[in-house]
Design a protein around this ligand. Sequence first.
Ligand code: CA
Length: 223
Amino acid sequence: MNAHILLVEDEVKLARFVELELISEGYRVSVAHDGMAGLTLAREAMPDIAILDWMLPGLSGLELCRRLRSTGTKIPVILLTARDEVGDRVAGLDAGADDYVVKPFSIEELLARVRAHLRRNQDGSDEVLFEDLRLNRRTREVYRGQRAIELTAKEFDLLDYLLTHPRQVFTREQILENVWGYDFMGDSNIIEVYVRYLRLKLEENQESRLIHTVRGVGYTLRQ
Ligand code: CA
């Protein structure tokens, strides 16, 4: 059965646009335009995943997320946030959100996140696989074949991000935004440095390259 998505967004035009995109991807969608209606819908419709705008009339997306969690709802929650709310990421995590998409977002990015969370939820495991690479989000262990690989926290996050959408090409901006966060003030060359570290560790035994540079665009994880 197709996954059921709860979308709570008070900008009616945006909500309609996202709803149509989700429907065309084959999802069933329930839409609410304020927090209280969203909460009611969440309880009635039993969605598989929720996309909640942060700023909502009545009940904020954050509060809505908190209430869902307090009733034991374990579905993935993606928060839509305006750029200036990004500093409050921690508040969102505390409320039990799994992910953020920063407005304005590309619909492809949102769809990719939805797919990734649904996939993660489906296998019920915290493990992500690609070729001979295995990453566990709960234990933060990484293996290439039988070989355990020690990664720093940021290296892990970067690899996890690339692994979420194999073969998709990410721009440096997307990577910075999603792995380092908007509050990161440093040089975007940091990504090159981290990719180099990751490659050294992933290819230590002359294994094939998995993280590829797409000239002039960014990086991708593929065979
Ligand atoms: Ca809003």
